[in-house]
Design a protein around this ligand. Structure first.
Ligand code: GP9
Ligand code: MN
Length: 647
């Protein structure tokens, strides 16, 4: 035993002397992987530590087989790839709170288009920290010119050592992490368990899988999906709401980044959203509603609303699966004789809408080229101008058709980063406080992203209010249902909310966690505040109805569909008017979910109580299985284009 230990020490000493560049290469790439995890997810898991270490050592051992004259090239090229992997993931994480996927490369084109937002929120100095490795590599290579040799024996020993380290990582908890490695629904937990390098290789394999699967896995997916629909056969619900809007015109307002918390806010006795509040108070207001988007954000919301399926995990449906067959609210209404159209002030190929909207059943998509660009803020045409121009266009449509119309109006101005907010909104987010009998005005949210966002939401509210008035004046509201949904959260940072809730106006600063009056706003509160509004309103509604059953975008098809008299047999949502509060569940793409009792985080395998009561293991197991099933059926239907087979 003593001899063995001595042998190992001599082995490492020799490696250190004979392979100094390889040692630096291994250690520096390992440090970078560790830094990435600490600076993004904040995780310091021993398991990922071992995987990173094993993996970089494996690459280091392979260098021992490379010819002496090519070896430095090997170190530089491999380091370049690994450093690029860290930098790209770091930038991507700031924006998406997730890690990059090659299947999403097509999607990143749109990240470029929302470039301003990315620069404001995403690029940080810490994204470039990984470059230190090249400076070190340059110095070490220069100092140790041609020192390293080819040694098959040392290669083998180092290689085996790297496998042993990975092996130890494999037997460490969490034990469900291997299924996550295959499903890749939760990229953050995969990086936290396996490290960034193994994640990235896994991602490449998984991203290429659908291509191979289409050849190989199709039948298995079809079988699983057919069995699911056999066992969970649904029928159109029959309740007090069935067909109440049958044959009526519908205008759907896709409200960019509109979060529910703004509906309850007032500053200096002025509501942020007086018009939306009126609609919510007199219409049907679904106050516990969440969007269920992935990286396809706006387009994912449109997709889930229309199909009652969760968006794809690999890629974005609008970009990667736009040719596949889907049953949508739009094509069902189209079949019933509706004229179905969409309007948006941005270019038509953004999110590939001009192709996908036609596939979804829209007769016509009126994009930027259909509007006069007379006022621009943020990403393009201002919402007020957009709505102003939309009214005569809708009137024109109405005059030229015989049946009803269904139109989706996609807003734009409230998109991050709201840098122009004070140009288009004079809403005041300051605070006035009485100090020793004197009124003092504090900036409070003035000049912050959250403050600009609130100003911008107030602008959107005015634009919607004016639109409703104009529609009414043109007689377009008499037979029309107005539907409004927030398309996803606004990507505000958690710290912004902490500041808002803990501002101390007397001392003009943020309260610290140990001070009296401090309001905790933890990671889960941050997830829960991503709630978005969903409102169904008609002019003749007198008394409002608030529905607080947990509801996701996936449930719109069954709920609103029932009111409009259409039914999608592939839809995976529930008619919210038909179920008890305890049956509502919002499944997110990474396997997390919200019920009336808990927010369950798949990333942390942890339940956060929303209401008092004891939560059993069984409750979590049952709901987690349901969540996995919904994700899996959606994924299979989308990626294998199964509706084409099932129809
Ligand atoms: C642009 C808009 C923004 O046309 O819909 O998309 P998002 O960045 O919110 O997904
Ligand atoms: Mn959006």
């Amino acid at each position: 035993m003593k001899l063995k230990m001595k042998e190992i020490i001599t082995f490492f000493k020799k490696i250190k002397n004979d392979y100094p560049v390889m040692i630096f290469f291994t250690i520096s790439n390992f440090i970078n992987a560790l830094l990435l995890r600490i600076l993004t997810t904040g995780s310091f898991s021993i398991r990922a530590f071992l995987f990173d270490m094993g993996f970089v050592l494996l690459l280091g051992s392979l260098s021992m087989l490379v010819k002496k004259k090519n070896r430095n090239i090997y170190y530089i090229v491999v380091s370049f790839i690994m450093v690029a992997c860290c930098i790209i993931n770091s930038i991507y994480y700031n924006y998406y709170n997730s890690f990059v996927s090659i299947s999403l490369l097509a999607t990143s084109v749109f990240v470029k288009d929302v470039g301003d937002a990315v620069v404001d929120f995403a690029l940080k100095a810490s994204d470039w920290i990984y470059l230190w490795e090249f400076i070190g590599l340059y110095i070490v290579i220069k100092k140790n010119k041609n020192k390293e040799k080819i040694d098959k024996n040392k290669f083998l020993k180092t290689f085996i050592l790297s496998l042993i380290i990975v092996g130890i990582g494999c037997v460490m908890p969490p034990y469900n992490s291997f299924s996550r490695l295959i499903k890749l629904w939760n990229r953050v937990s995969v990086v936290n368990s396996f490290g960034v390098y193994i994640y990235q290789i896994d991602d490449i394999v998984q991203s290429l899988k659908p291509t191979f699967n289409n050849i190989f896995g199709h039948d298995k997916a079809l079988k699983e999906v057919s069995e699911y629909y056999e066992e969970n056969r649904t029928v159109q619900s029959v309740n007090d709401y069935t067909g109440i809007f049958e044959g009526k015109n519908v205008i759907v307002i896709h409200a960019e980044s509109l979060q529910t918390f703004t509906l309850g806010l007032s500053f200096n006795d002025e509501e942020v959203t007086p018009n939306l509040n009126k609609l919510a108070n007199s219409g049907m207001y679904f106050s516990n509603f969440y969007a269920q988007v992935g990286v396809g954000t706006s387009s994912d919301s449109e997709f889930t609303y229309a199909t009652s399926l969760l968006p794809a995990n690999s890629g974005t449906v609008f970009v990667n699966y736009y040719n596949n067959k889907f049953v949508t609210m739009q094509n069902m209404l189209n079949d019933k004789g509706y004229y179905v159209f969409s309007m948006h002030g941005n270019v038509g190929d953004f999110w590939n809408r001009d192709t996908m909207h036609i596939n979804m059943g829209y007769d016509k998509f009126y994009s930027k080229s259909s509007f006069v660009i007379d006022e621009e803020y943020g990403l393009g045409l201002s919402d007020k101008s957009f709505f102003r121009q939309a009214v005569p266009m809708i009137k024109d449509i109405k005059n030229n058709i015989t049946g009803p119309f269904y139109g989706t109006l996609i807003t734009l101005t409230n998109h991050t980063p709201w840098r122009d907010a004070s140009l288009y909104s004079d809403y005041d987010v300051s605070m006035t406080v009485d100090i020793d009998g004197e009124e003092v005005v504090r900036d409070y949210l003035e000049g912050t992203s959250l403050g600009n966002y609130i100003k911008s939401v107030n602008y959107m509210d005015q634009a919607i209010g004016q639109f409703i008035t104009d529609m009414d004046e043109e007689g377009l509201l008499d037979d029309t249902v107005i539907v409004i949904y927030g398309d996803h959260d606004a990507r505000l940072g958690q710290k912004q909310f902490e500041y808002m809730y803990n501002y101390d106006p007397i001392n003009d600063r943020e309260l610290q966690s140990w001070e009296p009056g401090y309001v905790e706003f933890n990671d889960y509160d941050y997830e829960l505040i991503k709630k978005v509004p969903f409102i169904i309103w008609t002019k003749d509604m007198q008394e409002g109805k608030e529905i607080d059953t947990p509801m996701g975008m996936i449930d719109v098809g069954a709920t609103l569909g029932n009111m409009l008299g259409v039914y999608n047999k592939y839809g995976l949502g529930k008619d919210i008017m038909n179920i008890d509060k305890s049956e509502g569940i919002i499944v997110f793409k990474d396997g997390s979910y919200i019920t009336d009792k808990i927010y369950y985080s798949a990333k942390n395998s942890e339940a956060y109580a929303i209401s008092p009561g004891i939560i059993s293991e069984d409750y979590i197991k049952k709901n987690s299985e349901y969540a996995d099933k919904i994700i899996s059926v959606s994924y299979n239907l989308i990626t294998y284009d199964l509706i084409r087979d099932l129809e």
